[in-house]
Design a protein around this ligand. Structure first.
Ligand SMILES: Cc1ncc(COP(=O)(O)O)c(C=O)c1O
Length: 380
């Protein structure tokens, strides 16, 4: 039989390729974005307790209410804004499911969705899957700034949605207040929706402030805010997150959510409801990861790679133009096989696979791992 693929152009995710190669080659894996240290024992104990206490059947469809309440309190405390836990917050199986659901619920055939490249890899295929048309805007490869005039010129009567991501994977760039105001001006008085992928909300450095879309009234009213507990609490394998959006958008979101997953992991939601109440569990994250970034970059000063310190996320870009003119995919593969270190070539996230001789490394690793990685990279 012949399958007429719905996504004929989509290859296997680069994360699966590089992590698979890292395992095969027994290489140090700085490719995929996950910590190599443990999640807080207190949180694990809370999950165990929830299981022992019998929270092992389906959770309520939109999520455990006490967790939604704790999230609403966090919005209030951090951004002085209100989300109704009953009608405006939904617990999801990670950021990815929240993004998939938000797009599926609102983008129709031939709708255009503006995506900034390099982009996290799930946005575009999801838009294509629902018959929408991704409209790419390549960020400036030097500084990853958005050219708002270019964005303005791409807005048409078919534009249904814009997707932003700050702090940004893979560049570590953080959107400024001016960026958010430009976006607000562009979208006000339109029917264009926004996905604001804020999964690295708490991983932000050098006293920068996270400009959540919820701080801007003309954005908040049209935005699905996407968050990931996996990124925040060092347990990406649990796949837990949430979506906050005005009631009229949440109603559409839940229409898809209920037939996609119906609900997500119950005992973990119970545990997170308690754990999230202590703000020290997330407010120290920036300092924690900034120390790792600085530890790694200090060692990397001896290398031939060029870099600008990441402003957020746990990713650092490394430019290798002083080392070779090989394309980034080939170079990343060769590093994995010959030097036993796996990275991500960022051309895979760029418009038309633009090769800027840049690799992405993940520094959510123990100092020991980072030291080993720097030793290898400094010899190249
Ligand atoms: C920008 C961005 N958005 C969303 C996600 C997905 O988050 P989750 O693992 O919670 O699905 C990731 C994961 O790497 C990411 O980097």
């Amino acid at each position: 039989m012949n399958i007429n693929s719905k996504l004929p152009e989509i290859p296997t995710s680069i994360f699966a390729i590089m992590s698979g190669l890292a395992t095969k080659e027994n290489a140090l894996n700085l490719s995929q974005g996950f910590p190599d240290f443990k999640s807080d024992a207190k949180l694990i104990e809370l999950v165990n307790k929830a299981m022992i206490n019998g929270y092992n059947q389906y959770a309520p469809m939109p999520g455990v209410f006490s967790l939604r309440e704790a999230i609403a309190e966090k919005f209030d405390k951090l951004y002085q804004t209100t989300y109704n836990p009953d009608t405006e917050i939904t617990i999801t199986a990670g950021g990815t499911q929240a993004i998939f659901t938000a797009i599926t619920a609102t983008v129709k055939k031939d709708d255009e969705v503006i995506i900034f490249k390099p982009a996290y890899d799930c946005y575009e295929p999801t838009v294509e899957l629902v018959g929408g048309k991704p409209i790419s805007v390549q960020l400036n490869p030097e500084n990853f700034k958005i050219n708002w005039e270019e964005v303005k010129s791409l807005i048409t009567s078919k534009t249904r949605m814009v997707i932003i991501n700050s702090p940004h994977n893979p560049s570590g760039k953080v959107l400024s207040k001016e960026d958010m105001q430009q976006l607000e001006n562009l979208l006000k008085n339109t029917n264009i929706l926004l996905i604001s992928d804020e999964v690295y909300e708490h991983i932000i450095f050098d006293h920068l402030i996270h400009e959540s879309a919820c701080l801007y009234p003309n954005l908040k009213e049209r935005t699905f805010i996407i968050a990931s507990f996996g990124k925040t609490f060092h347990n990406t394998g649990w796949k837990m997150g949430y979506c906050a959006a005005p009631a009229y958008l949440t109603a559409e979101f839940r229409k898809v959510h209920q037939f996609n997953v119906f609900c997500v992991n119950h005992p973990i939601q119970i545990a997170l409801a308690t754990y999230l109440k202590n703000e020290q569990h997330y407010l120290n994250l920036g300092t924690f990861y900034q120390q790792k970034r600085d530890f790694f970059l200090n060692l990397m000063k001896e290398s031939r790679f060029e870099f600008t310190p990441s402003s957020g996320t746990y990713f650092q870009l490394l430019n290798y133009k002083n080392i070779t003119d090989e394309n980034d995919f080939k170079f990343a593969k060769r590093l994995t096989i010959e030097n036993k270190i796996a990275t991500i070539p960022i051309s895979v996230f760029n418009e038309q696979n633009l090769d800027t001789k840049v690799l992405r490394v993940c520094f959510a690793k123990s100092e020991e791992t980072l030291q080993k990685a720097a030793e290898i990279l400094c010899k190249i």
